[in-house]
Design a protein around this ligand. Structure first.
Ligand SMILES: *Cc1c(COP(=O)(O)O)cnc(C)c1O
Length: 387
């Protein structure tokens, strides 16, 4: 199982090494993976996938080898979609689409489908929303409802700071800024302008009122599946007006008509999504995921708020519960922190180059023990280094 709370595991590295050298890779020797995405998946899900790998439900083939038009996969696909709808509470007005090309493809799909050659408003609160706005500007007029670049994206705008252009075909924002570690704690008021939201790094981490959104999209590799699947939840009333040059694989209407089976879907990822959603349901659903993200993030922010050496990146009222960003006073000390973490099996805590310092991504599948281990390490590191 996972290492004990406290995280002092001097033998962690060599144990893993021996396991590999002996030719036996044991799942039980996993590390705590704080990567931003692709990211940690529930261990029980990986084990289940492993147990079904060679012969899915006795059919003699792995899910990777099944025809996407066959009955086994049809069931996997339908069940994953049903679970997704149930867990997120997707109303009948909206359709769940399994697409490809990552959130990055949605940066183009959204304006292609919704802009109608007109204009759209974008709140730029980080790297990805900036890229999304740039991509949209290829297809129509983009107005910036908020630009957070001035303080390197520490701040999430309050409603009164938003300048949403009247007549916009939609308003786009990114709910959780994976790189900068900030998040919106409210759904903006737009006066009836459809809301499009990039939820890549927080999808399925808390309940959402889907009816408030025109489109929700998410690259699945942060919180709900392996890389290769993008989920879009689309208000059907907004589909069917895409620009004529829209590639069919990016057309919401085409994908709705074909139930996401326009072409070969990412079958394995959809299967894994189904397993992860099943796991979330077993754990207690999105209310439980919400409680856990609050618990996990509070542990780390508590260390940061009581520290003399760590500086959090995000403004206090803009903090993310999924990605916790911080640094020390110097890049050298940051590097030492990251190296020391790795020695304890606390992996991938190096920050993104746009922010520097450290980032702990603590998605649904990160056990609270992993967060406690990181918090313990942070405190010890501080004791060893404060001036
Ligand atoms: C990772 C990420 C993206 C980019 O996703 P891809 O699937 O790599 O295209 C976009 N938006 C957010 C919020 C992300 O975290």
């Amino acid at each position: 199982m996972y290492p004990e709370p406290g995280g002092i595991r001097p033998g962690a590295y060599s144990a893993r090494f021996h396991a590999r050298r002996g030719g036996v890779f044991r799942l039980s020797e996993r590390v705590y993976n704080f990567a931003a995405g692709p990211a940690v998946l529930p261990e029980s899900v990986l084990k289940k996938a492993q147990s079904e790998l060679l012969s899915y439900h006795g059919c003699g083939m792995s899910v990777m080898e099944l025809s996407h038009r066959g009955s086994e996969f049809a069931e996997i696909h339908a069940a994953a979609k049903e679970r997704f709808k149930r867990l997120l509470g997707v109303p009948d007005t909206h359709e769940v689409l399994f697409m490809q090309g990552g959130a990055t493809a949605q940066f183009a799909a959204v304006p292609l489908n919704l802009m109608g050659g007109g204009s759209a408003s974008y709140a730029v609160t980080g790297n990805f929303s900036g890229i999304a706005a740039k991509e949209a500007a290829k297809y129509g007029a983009v107005s910036t409802a908020y630009d957070g670049s001035g303080d390197n994206f520490r701040h999430i705008p309050r409603q009164e700071e938003l300048d949403i252009a009247p007549g916009s075909a939609y308003f786009h924002y990114c709910a959780n800024n994976t790189i900068f570690g900030t998040a919106w704690d409210y759904v903006p008021e737009t006066g009836g302008i459809p809301i499009v939201c990039d939820m890549s790094s927080e999808i399925m981490s808390h309940p959402v009122d889907v009816s408030k959104y025109g489109v929700i999209y998410a690259g699945a590799q942060k919180n709900i599946a392996p890389a290769g699947l993008t989920v879009a939840v689309v208000d059907k009333r907004l589909a069917g007006r895409e620009c004529a040059a829209t590639p069919q694989v990016l057309s919401y209407q085409k994908m709705i008509d074909k139930d996401s089976m326009l072409n070969t879907p990412p079958c394995w990822c959809i299967y894994m999504l189904g397993l992860v959603l099943e796991w979330i349901e077993e754990q207690g659903g999105l209310e439980e995921m919400d409680a856990r993200r609050r618990e996990r993030s509070a542990i780390l922010y508590d260390v940061l708020d009581n520290s003399k050496i760590y500086l959090p990146h995000a403004e206090r009222t803009s903090r993310s519960m999924m990605n916790v960003t911080f640094r020390t006073a110097s890049a050298e000390l940051d590097a030492e922190f990251v190296a020391g973490a790795k020695k304890r099996g606390l992996m991938n805590v190096k920050g993104h180059r746009l922010v520097g310092g450290m980032r702990a991504s603590i998605y649904n599948a990160m056990p609270v023990e992993g967060v406690r281990a990181l918090a313990e390490y942070m405190k010890e590191f501080e004791v060893g280094h404060h001036a």
